[in-house]
Design a protein around this ligand. Structure first.
Ligand code: TYD
Length: 134
């Protein structure tokens, strides 16, 4: 049985009568030293994003509001998962092609990254990805 590409991290929620709170910590429930956060929001209807892989970067994505569907591809297998819960993180390793589809109108996708933004770390062409991943 092949290991799934979909690596889910379940976050604890400190919930009480006031509501919920999630704490994310580097090298604890986020399994790398966090160097950067970014969030994707106001995604227009029908828009898909991503379509790249990283050579080094690791990321954890969380739909803190709304939902979207991730497609992950390691050059051999392609798997899909819907993120629709602020208690669920998706770990995306290096050399994994990712696409994000079907953003809900209210989706806020928060992403934790292990390095600063570096265009040189991107593989933006799927055929180049297939060559490098082998
Ligand atoms: P892009 O890589 O196209 O986003 P996605 O892969 O999610 O579709 O990034 C959009 C723009 O934002 C692009 O000009 C690069 C810039 N950007 C940064 O400057 N810093 C960042 O951390 C990220 C993720 C993107």
């Amino acid at each position: 049985m092949l290991e799934s590409l979909i690596k889910i991290i379940n976050f604890n929620s400190f919930g009480d009568e006031r509501g919920s709170l999630v704490a994310l910590e580097a090298d604890r429930n986020i399994p790398f030293p966090i160097k950067r956060l970014y969030y994707i929001f106001d995604t227009k209807t029908g828009v898909s994003r991503g379509f790249h892989a990283h050579r080094e970067l690791k990321q954890v994505a969380v739909a803190v509001k709304g939902s979207c569907r991730f497609v992950l591809d390691n050059g051999t297998n392609r798997e899909s998962v819907v993120l629709d819960n602020p208690l669920t993180g998706l770990l995306i390793d290096s050399f994994v092609w990712r696409e994000m589809h079907e953003f809900s109108e209210d989706c806020v996708l928060l992403v934790f990254a292990s390095a600063y933004y570096d265009e040189a770390d991107y593989i933006r062409n799927y055929d180049d990805f297939l060559l490098e991943v082998k």
